[in-house]
Design a protein around this ligand. Structure first.
Ligand SMILES: *[C@@H]1O[C@H](CO)[C@@H](O)[C@H](O)[C@H]1NC(C)=O
Ligand SMILES: *[C@@H]1O[C@H](CO)[C@@H](O)[C@H](O)[C@H]1NC(C)=O
Length: 364
């Protein structure tokens, strides 16, 4: 009798198929600033946006999407690495409905920081309390689709990426000389204040169900083309901003280790983006870049002044530039960073890299 064995094979295939689609269906949530915004600000009245050319010039559609990159950004490349069917859509995108919600969502918004008053000059951006409110709203919407218990499982099993902090220096403390914040705090006092506020945000993310959260530090803030253009006489990194990053990143890592101890679980994974960037900034040629000082798109010294616009200088080959615009890495630099996130040693990923996380969680 051919029919029963056929149906047995069929049901075996179905079981295997369901197993695969469940393990592939790990949701991905993104919170933070322009380094990880995939287009939320397109829907807002703000000047912090990347929705006109030449942004997106190397993206598959060759169109500006709101990503602050010539092509893919870090969340895109992580999505590809973890086998998602697509990069999570911006939460404000009208296309984020139905089954697509199960892939995850990107809540990030260019210009925001740990503090609510960071990026005030950008007016209408999604600050962290609002990103977390949207995450609550997201969970209510998904509950309507698949029920509360499945929604909680989806969130518990998801991967989360948090990228915050750079703007609290660049678009707050150092925004103008003698800023209100810099009169309130010295840098050695400001950093612990930021870390305490960041800790509250991370506990909120945990309380909303996140159990695997990659937290990136800042890059070497003083070395980006914008700071070289504004603060550097002969191309050396800005010492004040370098000092800020050098204090912030280790204290962030300590705070994350403390949280994990308190929670009794490695929920928070520190990504040492400072070291990842420093590698190709100090030795660009070793990574196939011709420069790490000059932005591909911009104007003025180091192409570091103002914004990247259709009128800016534009380099012909984006792959040989570490910086795409005055603040943001090129797609190729983003790929190098994600490679370290995936398989870096504990110097880069603490307590473990993403491939180890994926292997552990698939056995759980
Ligand atoms: C930021 O705003 C939220 C809610 O609007 C508030 O709960 C929080 O305390 C504020 N953070 C700071 C540092 O003022
Ligand atoms: C990171 O990932 C690689 C696999 O790509 C693994 O071989 C390596 O041991 C991991 N390193 C650490 C320190 O976890």
């Amino acid at each position: 009798m051919a029919t029963p064995s056929f149906s047995i094979i069929l049901s075996l295939l179905l079981i295997i198929g369901v197993g695969i689609s469940q393990s592939e269906a790990r949701a991905f949530f993104v919170f933070g600033d322009s380094l990880v915004d995939s287009g939320n600000n397109n829907y807002l009245a703000t000047t912090a946006r990347a929705d006109s050319p030449p942004y997106g010039i190397d993206y598959p559609t060759r169109r500006a999407t709101g990503r602050f990159s010539n092509g893919y950004n870090i969340p895109d490349i992580i999505s590809q690495q973890i086998g998602s069917s697509e990069s999570p859509l911006p939460y404000l995108s009208p296309a984020l409905t139905g089954q697509r919600l199960l892939v995850g969502a990107n809540f990030a918004s260019a210009g925001i920081g740990i503090l609510n008053d960071t990026g005030i000059q950008f007016i209408n951006i999604i600050r962290m309390p609002q990103q977390l409110d949207y995450f609550r709203q997201y969970q209510r919407r998904v509950s309507g689709l698949i029920g509360e218990a499945s929604t909680q499982r989806l969130v518990n099993q998801a991967l989360v990426l948090m990228t915050l902090g750079g703007n609290d220096f660049v678009n707050n403390y150092f925004l103008v000389p003698n800023s209100a914040r810099s009169r309130q705090f010295s840098i050695p006092d400001y950093v612990p204040f930021l870390i305490r506020e960041y800790r509250k945000i991370l506990m909120n993310v945990y309380n909303l169900g996140a159990r695997r959260v990659i937290v990136t530090g800042t890059g070497p803030l003083g070395c980006v083309p914008a700071e070289l253009a504004q603060r550097s006489r002969n191309g050396e990194c800005s010492p004040e901003l370098q000092q800020a990053a050098a204090l912030f990143n280790p204290q962030l890592m300590q705070m994350l280790q403390g949280l994990n101890r308190e929670l009794g679980s490695n929920v928070f994974i520190a990504a040492n983006t400072q070291q990842m960037h420093t590698n190709f900034i100090t030795n660009p040629q070793a990574y196939g870049f011709i420069t790490s000082k000059v932005a591909c798109c911009g104007q003025g010294p180091y192409n570091g002044l103002g914004l990247c616009t259709p009128l800016s200088n534009l380099c012909p080959n984006r792959d040989v530039y570490a910086f795409w615009d005055p603040f943001h890495p090129s797609e190729r630099a983003n790929k190098i960073i994600v490679q370290q996130i995936m398989s870096g040693t504990t110097e880069y990923m603490n307590p473990m890299n993403l491939s180890t996380i994926l292997a552990m969680d698939s056995q759980a």
